[in-house]
Design a binder for this molecule. Sequence first.
Ligand code: C2E
Ligand code: CA
Ligand code: CA
Ligand code: CA
Length: 278
Amino acid sequence: QAENHPESITRYQPGRDESHLRELQLIADLHNAIHNHDLSMNYQPKLDIRTGQVTQVEALVRWIHPELGFISPEEFIFLAEQSGQIHGLTAHILQRVAADARQWTEAGLDAGVAINLSAMDLTWPDLIDHIETNFDDWHHDRLRITLEVTESALMQDPEEALATLRKLRELGVTLSVDDFGTGYSSLSQMRKLPVQELKIDKSFVLRLDAEPQDQLIVKSTIDMAHGLGLKVVAEGIENLEAWRLLQAWGCDLGQGFHLSRPVAPADLADTLRALDAR
Ligand code: C2E
Ligand code: CA
Ligand code: CA
Ligand code: CA
């Protein structure tokens, strides 16, 4: 558009130009980061709220940029989607997670893994192939895999999403609806999808101890989800009060800084041991 509006390149726009330059730099550098293996994964435990046992860990991608430092995945996943790099990034993440999970399984840890997918991955024809090749028979036998897909991703193209979800179910993975409650979908729409788990968005959980409205929303979501045969996960548990409430309401799984922050794979064994000893 710059060619049509020459003023836009001569007139300095404070803030806007800097953030645009940052985006361009990140888009260019992300390509290298994927190929130089500058990305790593952290893992955050998801605990069975009834027993306190860790059943799975959620894989969260990390990028420490050599000049800019920590870049939030919220920022660079979006840029990867905008710049056509998301599938390359997801393929890389699947490979990293498979390698990490193989190591912790060989070290004797018994934790399934949950992997986040981008909305665009649901219409990616190679997704199934990548999951099959990275999580081969060896993994299938010993590793429980969950894929987390946001509520809004499922609603963008429900037909296409449904076809992908069905194929993923055939591979035996568990499907989880992430960020539930932030979009406009209802539990009745979830019922039509082959999903097994629902993750209540952390915005409803973070202040659960102090917000009666959040308590009402979370409690009734748990009840209705259970009525539909879905397991419920609460993320963003930051204090003991929230954990206790969720326990009283029969929430199945819990995740949050009160239990554990996301950790590097090298620290996973110690983290799980500390949680077990709690
Ligand atoms: P998400 O999937 O909803 O992940 C949960 C986010 O909440 C993570 O942020 C996690 O570190 C954070 N979190 C966990 N417990 C707490 C808590 O008690 N309090 C608070 N305040 N936050 C908590 P993170 O790692 O920055 O990831 C942000 C988002 O980026 C993720 O949201 C997900 O949408 C996306 N993302 C992260 N890793 C990946 C990935 O490997 N692939 C894709 N496609 N997206 C990813
Ligand atoms: Ca997630
Ligand atoms: Ca979430
Ligand atoms: Ca989120």
